[in-house]
Design a binder for this molecule. Structure first.
Ligand code: GLN
Length: 198
């Protein structure tokens, strides 16, 4: 299993360090053709508008949609989460539309734009450390979307189909819970797919 990390912009190196720690094969993906070499894809934090500019090249967005249609798992953190969301506000912008949530960009306001907070996740006992950097807020969660973590009474990590999304940066703390959960999602999908094609 090889996990791709979209490496156009943002904190892709931090995700690579987490995957190294977890002993997983990974590869940076900078061009659509490289999607053929990976089983799943992480979309890192950064600036979603800048991502969109890069993704205009070679119809990268369409290639990502096809990659998802083929059943591959995707994990978006912060700006990556904005790219996965069905609807984006403040201001509206295009997205992959794979996760049925509405996210409002830069919604924590200036004073508390970036902060370390502690929330709760169904994936672990005790508090989860969460780094928010000019993060979006999930304002609407559609049916079929499972909330995996909350912070200050707001959903901050959700799962929908083959997609995992977090508005904070799990790649910037030592807590690997979300990455491990994503790897489980990838493994169970791969196992199902190989059974189906057997
Ligand atoms: N504010 C950024 C955006 O709207 C996201 C910030 C981040 O990824 N840390 O795209």
């Amino acid at each position: 299993m090889t996990v791709g990390i979209l490496a156009l912009q943002g904190d892709f190196e931090a995700h690579a360090r987490v995957l190294e720690r977890l002993g997983v094969e990974w590869m940076y993906v900078k061009r659509p053709a490289e999607l053929a070499g990976v089983d799943a894809l992480i979309l890192p934090g950064g600036e979603s508008t800048t991502f969109l500019k890069f993704l205009e090249r070679e119809n990268f967005l369409d290639h990502l949609r096809r990659f998802a249609d083929e059943g591959h798992a995707l994990f978006g953190t912060c700006a990556g989460a904005i790219l996965l969301a069905k609807e984006v506000t403040n201001p509206p912008q295009p997205s992959l539309g794979l996760v049925d949530v509405t996210v409002e960009r830069n919604a924590y306001g200036r004073q508390v734009a970036s902060a370390v907070r502690y929330g709760r996740s169904v994936l672990k006992e005790g508090a989860m450390e969460m780094v928010f950097i000019r993060a979006p807020v999930i304002r609407r969660v559609g049916p079929g979307v499972e909330v995996l973590a909350e912070c200050d009474a707001l959903p901050v990590a959700v799962e929908h189909g083959a997609c995992l999304l977090s508005t904070f940066h799990p790649e910037l703390t030592s807590d690997t819970t979300l990455h491990e959960h994503f790897l489980e999602m990838v493994r169970s999908r791969e196992a199902r797919q190989s059974r189906a094609s057997a």
